[in-house]
Design a protein around this ligand. Structure first.
Ligand code: AMP
Length: 396
C-alpha cells in the first residue's frame, strides 16, 4: 500500500484533523440512515483511544454560503450517540472559536466542526482557506473516500500542508478497490448494468481494457442488442448510441475482453410490479413489449462464468430490480457471487448508487468482499480516473 495509514501516525497529544463523510440522508431534521456515521466510528475511536484530539471536518448538502438547514449540529448529536462519547460541536470550521475549542479539548476528546461548505474556499480549494483549516491540526486524516473525487480544501488541499494519512474506512475502500481492478486475481469479470449506456461510456471504455469478461445487463444491454440488429421493441434503448456500442464491442475484441449480452429476457407490456410477463429469447421481443430483466438462460450463463473467474467488479442491476419479478436476475447472480465469496473462491466488489440498494435487496451486502457506498467516487474509480483526494495521500 503506497499510503500512510493510522499505523504510521503518531497520534498521542496531537490535533488530528479528520475528514469524514457525514452527508447522511435527512428528512424533517431526522437522520434516516446512519450508515455513513457507522463507517467512520473505527477511525474516530482509534485516534481517540491513542490519545489524539479528534477534530472532525465534513460537508453537508450543497449550501452556497452559511445556511441553517445544512448545519451539521444534528449530526453531532447522532454521532455522539453512536460513539457513546460526547462530541463538541463548533459553529464554524475555521477561526478563533475553533482554535479555542480545540485547545480546551483534552486528549481523546472529539469535536465536530460546522459544514466546511459554508465557506466557498472549500470547494475552490483556496490556499488561504486550506491554511485556516490547517491552523487547527498537527496532522490530517482522510476517511472520506466518497468525497475523494473532488479536489476540495478539506479533501485534497490539507494533504499537501499537513502530514497526511488514510483513515481506516478510506484504507478499507482502497484495499478493496485495489483487489478489484488495480491488482486483481485473474480472470476478472465485470458486470455493468443499469439504465443507460450514455452515463457509463467512460466506465465501459476503461473496463474493456482491464477485465477478461464484461457482462452487460439492464437497460443498457438493449442498446448493445440493437447494435447487433436485434429488435428490442419498446425497451429502454438509446438508438442514437448504437454506433458507440459497436465501438465498445470492437475495443473489447481488440483487448481480448469477452462481452456477454443477455440471450433471453423477461418481457412485459407495462413498467410496473407484477405486470404479467413472459420469458422470450432476445430475438423474440414483440413491438409493444419491453425487456425488463435478463432471462433464466442468461442468468445461468453469468452464474456459470462466475465459477471460472477469481474477481468480480459490479455496478448496475441486470433489470428493473425495484419492480418484482424483474429483480430475479440481479438477486440470483448476487447470491451466486456471495456464495463463492463465502467459499473463498471469489473477490467481489460492488458499488455505485443503485447497486448498493440492489445488493441490500438481494440480502448479500454483508457477504460480498466489499460494497462501496461511495457513488460518484466509486464510478470515477471504475472509469480509471485518478481521484485527487486519494492521489494527495500517496507517499511522495
Ligand atoms: P443506474 O443508476 O444506471 O445503475 O440504473 C439503475 C436503474 O436502471 C434502476 O432503477 C433500474 O430499474 C433501471 N433498469 C435496469 N434495467 C432496466 C431495464 N431493462 N429497463 C428499464 N430500466 C432498467
Amino acid at each position: 500500500m503506497s499510503f500512510r495509514t493510522l499505523d504510521d501516525a503518531d497520534l498521542a497529544g496531537k490535533r488530528a484533523l479528520v475528514r469524514v463523510d457525514l452527508n447522511v440522508p435527512m428528512e424533517d431534521g431526522k437522520i434516516t440512515d446512519t450508515t455513513r456515521i457507522d463507517r467512520v466510528l473505527p477511525t474516530i475511536r482509534e485516534i481517540s483511544g491513542k490519545g489524539g484530539k479528534v477534530v472532525l471536518l465534513a460537508h453537508f448538502g450543497r449550501p452556497k454560503g452559511r445556511d441553517a438547514k445544512d448545519s451539521l449540529r444534528p449530526v453531532a448529536i447522532a454521532l455522539a450517540h453512536a460513539l457513546g462519547q460526547p462530541v463538541t460541536f463548533v459553529d464554524d470550521c475555521i477561526g478563533e472559536d475553533v482554535a479555542k475549542a480545540v485547545s480546551a479539548a483534552k486528549n481523546g476528546e472529539v469535536l465536530l466542526l460546522e459544514n466546511t461548505r459554508f465557506h466557498a474556499g472549500d470547494e475552490k480549494n483556496d490556499p488561504d482557506f486550506v491554511k485556516a483549516l490547517a491552523a487547527n491540526g498537527d496532522l490530517f486524516v482522510n476517511d472520506a473516500f466518497s468525497a475523494a473525487h473532488r479536489a476540495h480544501a478539506s479533501t485534497e488541499g490539507l494533504a499537501h500542508v499537513l502530514p497526511a494519512f488514510a483513515g481506516r474506512s478510506m484504507q478499507a475502500e482502497l484495499e478493496a478497490l485495489s483487489a478489484g481492478l488495480d491488482n486483481p486475481a485473474r480472470p476478472v469479470m465485470a458486470i455493468v448494468g443499469g439504465a443507460k449506456v450514455s452515463t457509463k461510456l467512460d466506465l465501459l471504455g476503461n473496463l474493456v481494457k482491464k477485465v477478461d469478461v464484461l457482462a452487460i445487463g439492464g437497460g443498457m444491454a438493449n442498446t448493445f442488442l440493437a447494435a447487433r440488429g436485434i429488435n428490442v421493441g419498446k425497451s429502454l434503448c438509446e438508438h442514437d448510441l448504437v454506433a458507440t456500442a459497436r465501438e465498445i464491442e470492437e475495443k473489447a475484441k481488440a483487448a481480448g475482453c469477452e462481452i456477454m449480452l443477455p440471450v433471453d429476457a423477461l418481457a412485459a407490456r407495462e413498467f410496473k410490479a407484477h405486470p404479467g410477463h413472459r420469458i422470450v429469447p432476445v430475438t423474440g421481443v414483440e413491438a409493444d413489449e419491453m425487456i425488463l430483466d435478463a432471462g433464466p438462460i442468461s442468468v445461468a450463463e453469468v452464474v456459470l462464468k462466475l465459477d471460472h473467474v477469481k474477481t468480480l467488479v459490479w455496478n448496475g442491476p441486470f433489470g428493473a430490480f425495484e419492480l418484482p419479478p424483474f429483480d430475479t436476475a440481479t438477486v440470483t447472480v448476487a447470491k451466486a457471487a456471495a456464495k463463492r465469496v463465502k467459499a473463498g473462491q471469489l473477490v467481489a466488489v460492488a458499488g455505485g448508487g443503485d447497486t448498493v440498494a440492489a445488493m441490500n435487496h438481494a440480502g448479500v451486502a454483508a457477504d460480498l468482499t466489499y460494497v462501496s457506498t461511495a457513488g460518484g467516487a466509486f464510478l470515477e474509480w471504475m472509469e480509471g480516473k485518478a481521484l485527487p483526494g486519494v492521489e494527495a495521500l500517496r507517499q511522495r
